[in-house]
Design a protein around this ligand. Sequence first.
Ligand code: F0G
Length: 464
Amino acid sequence: MDMLAEPYRIKMVEKLPMLSRREREAAIARAGYNTFLLRSDEVYIDLLTDSGTSAMSDDQWAAMMHGDEAYSGSRNFFNLQDSVREIYGFKHVIPTHQGRGAEHILSSLLIKPGDYIPGNMYFTTTRAHQERAGGIFVDVIIDEAHDPASDHPFKGNVSLEKLENLFAKVGPENVPYLSLAVTVNLAGGQPVSLENMRQTRELCSRHGVPIYFDATRCAENAYFIQQREEGCKERSVADILLEMMSYGDGCTMSGKKDCLVNIGGFLATNDGDLYESATEIVTLFEGFPTYGGLAGRDMEAMAVGIREMVDDDYIAHRVSQVRYLGSYLEGAGVPLVKPVGGHAVFLDARSFLAHLTQDELPAQSLAAALYAESGVRTMERGVVSAGRDPETGQHRYPRLELVRVTLPRRVYTRGHLDVVAEAAATLYQKRDQISGLRMVHEPAVLRFFTARFEPLKENLVGSE
Ligand code: F0G
């Protein structure tokens, strides 16, 4: 299968916990069948998230020794600024403790109550900050993004028609900016094409509406463009990324993903006035504008990580790992979201556990069963994550009932991926024996983090 060999070698190793099946069953029961409540030392292969879980390079670790822990004007800030200017092309940079810190600043400066913020599918923290500032999120992604079976190569694209309709309906003066995610996490890590960005830019410029990228996984998006978009095969990922960013006015960034660091993020903009206002508000919530809640050493690690993320060999390998896992699973008949995206494989729990109704929580059950089977930790992205409708108090029933199998960057080997794929394939063979779950403890806010469950049958994975 088409997985590239690692363009790096191992200099330091970390021992993994290897629990017996009986120990894993006890652990998941103790965790209330919620993978978030497992201790990480009960997990063999941790695919809960790609956020803050990357392995840093020797250059990044070395850079950390150059931490300049000055309260203001740290040299690490200027190195970070140089990296962002060079790789993203934005003029002003404000470091933040992570992505949501930047989202908070941007939302509170640009949104006034009653404004509409279009975006190519929501992300939890991004939308929460927009709503907190009094804004109303409007989904303008193409319809294909909501269909797990559609194999559109750029499922993250903005629907120009939906965007145009929004401008006509509410007036562009009530749209402070378009939030453009590259790639789109909740659609399955799906990319946006350069052509779509160009057209979106034209449409927004005609109406005087700025574009702010959620650039969290921008290097993965640039790689998909290189592979899939006409005329881009010979271009470097760095060159494509710079063109992508040229269609926006700035970005928010979670450095914990593509920037290859364990903590950090930033807000970048070409708008001098916005930058001035942001320097005031960042001091209140994050820290002085030249450190924004980060230690000097963390800014330095991010400055180096930004340059590493556009290394063509690195990013090709990263995405090939995800593709490898996806094709292995597909070969075993395991149902998943197609095409496989940049950071994760999303299992389609609704068809995997077709004997369960959505009220029997198929994605939650599958994530728990996969852990019990193999020690692999994944994340539910279905009815439990969707929460209740604040108006009616009823569960929201999302069309996509998924388990996200997310790959940290530069952490696991092909051997690990084989374990994951084999475990999921084995579980698929005995899918009829997997019990549904019922929620026995339900927190009011973001319930998926701490909710507790019980199997509907005696055992989670029974014997018949
Ligand atoms: N935008 C996207 C698309 C994200 O995936 C995340 C985080 C954020 C913004 C917020 O960034 O965590 O640094 O504050 N996603 C993580 C995940 C939590 O597991 O997908 P943050």
